[in-house]
Every structure is written in structure tokens, then in C-alpha cells.
Design a protein around this ligand. Structure first.
Ligand code: C2O
Ligand code: CU
Length: 471
């Protein structure tokens, strides 16, 4: 007869093997994990696999954003955010755009290196798209990354009313990042007690100065949606700040997030952080590893972010997304590659230097008048530059508010990159009473290109300029 001890010795390895956790890549996300958050995929009208051809209509749609209240939201194709445009690098995108709003509009493809006449700035790169009119956008997607689209007419009002959508460009040759993709568009909206949108000039002068933050925070157009996760099962979050003014600092119990991408695709090296910081128009990609024990619930929160005078005064953290961990055993996360890409610093020798001083003043009628180097956009002549040249811009901010600076059409680098990690940017925060130095090389796409503060209320009162790029 075998001894019970021997039997145990024989069975033990089996028991251990049965308990070894599976790897993240070996299991699926829980059923309905992104049900609250999935964005609408538009119908592709073109059979060519390398052409994505879609219809996009700007139209007002009544929706229930705040429970029990009806709000007339400005949308693309009736969804908030607009449809998720998703393609591969090198694909051609054709968008048949129709304006069914009561107001003129356009579409700007934020961060994309499009030909100048596709950049969506009426009066500068294309005619205004008046109510009832159409315009066809047609261009090749030159870079992989997380991008977005929004109007470039009365943008504080129109973006604030809901006109924005995500545009994701994948590169099948990039190093494999673990986790299932989830696009998260963070924004906010100003809705009154009757469910009506507040006027775009709400708060008058103070609103212009401070920028207008919405009364509700939205994640993919929803108030406090639920994300369902499994402990250890990774997700790749592509996050976009589509709000007109609000800065986002987001945390989930200080649990680690691995940052892998920025405005212009993958960053050079992945880096672990414990919060997401996102200024208006900025994007980042993260690998999120759900930390909680099976069968539990937590809340992902927005934290007050100091972006200048009074911006955190009397404000508390806000709940923005529920994280529900399913009752399944934990899985082991897969490693995130450290080296992601090589980004060669732009050679600054011989570069033209410019100073862009972001300024706030008042006009004769005592209205807030913002500008660059003291000149309001409506009085500003374009700056001139030549195709193929490199420029170093010192963006100075002596004001009491932060300003997220955005350049259309070109990626830039910080001369001294933050955290020592090389990355391509198109929007960069310039905190109050500091300066940032960026370097940009102009490729062969002549035309008029805008640059401005992406607090859209600031852009609207003049913190904007344009660059005339010539051959
Ligand atoms: Cu999203 Cu002129 O910018
Ligand atoms: Cu600003």
C-alpha cells in the first residue's frame, strides 16, 4: 500500500500547475467590458482595403446626457463623440462632410500632417461650410497615432456643444503593445437644470479669462460610465482631451499606468506613471493593468489641476468612470516593451529662433483681448517661413494662467524633452510664468498654418497666430 505522503507528493505538482495564473494575453476581456464606452464605427463605403470612405454629418441630436434631462447636442452622425475613424498608416481617408447645423462649420484634423487645403480652417485653407453645404476631405494618413477631429469655426462653442471625434491610425509594424484597445475621449459640457446647453459666452469676461469648464465631465459622451475589467488583464487606453478648457488629472488609486504613446504616436521608451495628465487637445496612450481583487468596484477620478489663478480653489475630486472587476481569477500581465521607437532629435544648428510671448490684455471697451507678442489674432500679420527650414520657438508665458500651445500640420519636439524621453508633440502645456522651447522642421507642405492656445475660449479672444509657409 502506498503511503498517503507519497500520494500527496505525486499530486502536489498537478495542483500547483492547475493554479498557475494564465497570462493576460491568454484570456479575453470580460463579456461586455466596453459596453458603456465603445464608440460607433462608421460604415466604409469603399471596397478598397486601403481606402476608408465615410459620410459625416454635423447635426443636432437630442440626447439624455444628464439622467432625466433632454439636451440638444451638436454631433457628428448623431453620436457623442462622433464616429471613431480607424485606419492604417498609408491608407487614404475620404470624408463626405455635410453641415446640417444652423451655423457654418468645418473639420480640422488635429495632429495630422495633411496637405494644407485639407486642414479645415475656413478663410485660410478652404471655404466656410455653410448650413446645408458639403465639403469633401480626402487625404492620406501619413503617421500612426491617436488623433482627433473638431470644427475650426467658433470652436469654443462648437466643441463645447459636442462636435469632436477620435481618429486612430495603426501601424502593423510597430512593436506589439499588450492589451485590448480602448479609446477614451475625455470632455465636459455645460448643461443647465433644464437640460439646456449654456451659452458659449457664459460668465462674460471671467469666462474668457479663465476658460469655460463644463458642468459635467464626460467619458465617451457619458456621465460616470462603467468599465468592466479582470484583475491583471491589460487594456491599451488611447486617451484624448476633447474639452474646450478643462485640464485632466486622472488617477485610479495611484495604481501604475505604463505610458507608451503621445500626440505623434509611440514615444521612445515606455515609462511608468501613477496618473494621467492631459491638457486640452493632448493625447497619450497607456497600458492599464486592473489592480483590484476579483468581484470588486472602484472609481476612476478627476482631480483638480492647477492651471493658474483660482483654478483649484474650492474644488473637489470628481468621479468620472466606474471600474468593475469581475469575479474571475487574476491573470499575469504581459511585459510592456521598454524600447518602443527611435526618435532622432531635430538638428537645431542654423535654426531660426523666434519668441512667442503668450499675452493677455484688454481692448478699448475693456473686453479681454489675448494675443501673441501682444497682438490679437485679428490684427496679426502671418509670420513667414520656408519649406525645409528648422525653427526653434521659445514660447513664453508671463500670464497667471497656463496655456496649451498647439501648432497645426507639423509635429515638434521639446528642445529638452520632459523626463528625458523623446516624443513627437503637437500640443504642449506652457504653465503660468514659465517658458517652453520647441523645435520644428517644416516639410514640403506650403500654405497657411495656424498656431494657438487650445483653451478654445482663449483662442476665440485672440491667442492665435498663423504661419505662412512658402517654397
Ligand atoms: Cu485642435 Cu486649431 O486645433
Ligand atoms: Cu490659453
Amino acid at each position: 500500500m502506498k503511503s498517503p505522503l507519497l500520494l500527496l507528493a505525486l499530486l502536489l505538482p498537478l495542483a500547483v500547475a492547475a493554479q498557475a495564473p494564465l497570462k493576460s494575453s491568454e484570456v479575453k476581456q470580460p463579456d461586455g467590458w466596453d459596453r458603456d464606452l465603445a464608440l460607433t464605427i462608421p460604415q466604409d463605403l469603399n471596397p478598397d482595403p486601403h481606402i476608408l470612405e465615410i459620410n459625416l454629418e454635423a447635426v443636432i441630436k437630442e440626447m439624455e446626457i444628464v439622467p432625466g434631462k433632454k439636451t440638444k447636442v451638436w454631433t457628428y452622425n448623431g453620436t457623442l463623440p462622433g464616429p471613431l475613424i480607424k485606419a492604417n498608416v498609408g491608407d487614404r481617408l475620404i470624408v463626405h462632410f455635410k453641415n446640417s447645423l444652423p451655423m457654418a462649420t468645418s473639420i480640422h484634423w488635429h495632429g495630422l500632417r495633411v496637405p494644407n487645403d485639407m486642414d479645415g480652417v475656413p478663410g485660410m485653407t478652404q471655404p466656410m461650410v455653410e448650413p446645408g453645404q458639403t465639403f469633401t476631405y480626402d487625404f492620406v494618413l501619413p503617421d500612426a497615432g491617436t488623433f482627433w477631429y473638431h470644427p475650426h469655426v467658433d470652436s469654443a462653442a462648437q466643441v463645447g456643444y459636442g462636435l469632436y471625434g477620435a481618429l486612430i491610425v495603426n501601424d502593423p509594424n510597430e512593436p506589439k503593445i499588450p492589451g485590448d484597445e480602448l479609446v477614451l475621449v475625455f470632455s465636459d459640457m455645460s448643461i443647465d437644470d433644464n437640460g439646456e446647453l449654456l451659452g458659449p459666452k457664459e460668465g462674460g469676461r471671467f469666462g474668457d479669462l479663465f476658460g469655460r469648464e463644463g458642468t459635467v465631465v464626460l467619458v465617451n459622451g457619458k456621465v460616470l460610465p462603467t468599465l468592466t475589467v479582470r484583475q491583471g488583464k491589460q487594456q491599451r487606453w488611447r486617451v484624448i482631451n476633447a474639452s474646450r478648457t478643462r485640464y485632466f488629472t486622472l488617477r485610479y488609486k495611484r495604481s501604475p499606468l505604463v505610458i507608451v504613446g503621445s500626440d505623434g504616436g509611440l514615444i521612445e521608451k515606455s515609462r511608468t506613471v501613477d496618473e494621467i495628465k492631459l491638457v486640452p487637445a493632448e493625447r497619450h496612450d497607456f497600458v492599464f493593468t486592473p489592480p483590484d481583487a476579483p468581484n470588486s468596484e472602484g472609481v476612476f477620478k478627476w482631480y483638480p489641476t492647477d492651471r493658474g489663478f483660482g483654478s483649484t480653489y474650492n474644488r473637489l475630486a470628481e468621479d468620472i468612470m466606474k471600474i468593475k472587476t469581475v469575479n474571475e481569477p487574476r491573470v499575469t500581465p504581459d511585459p510592456v516593451p521598454e524600447q518602443l521607437r527611435t526618435i532622432v532629435p531635430i538638428d537645431t544648428r542654423g535654426a531660426k529662433e523666434r519668441e512667442m510671448n503668450l499675452t493677455i490684455g484688454y481692448d478699448r471697451d475693456d473686453n479681454v483681448s489675448m494675443g501673441i507678442n501682444g497682438v490679437n489674432y485679428k490684427d496679426a500679420p502671418p509670420i513667414m517661413a520656408k519649406v525645409g527650414t528648422t525653427e526653434v520657438w521659445t514660447i513664453r508665458n508671463d500670464t497667471d494662467f497656463n496655456h496649451p500651445f498647439h501648432l497645426h500640420g507639423f509635429f515638434f519636439q521639446e528642445v529638452t524633452p520632459a523626463n528625458g524621453v523623446m516624443q513627437w508633440k503637437d500640443t504642449i502645456d506652457v504653465p503660468q510664468h514659465t517658458q517652453k522651447k520647441i523645435v520644428v522642421k517644416f516639410d514640403d507642405r506650403p500654405g497657411m498654418w495656424m498656431y494657438h492656445c487650445h483653451i478654445l475660449d482663449h483662442a476665440d479672444v485672440g491667442m492665435m497666430g498663423h504661419l505662412h509657409l512658402i517654397n
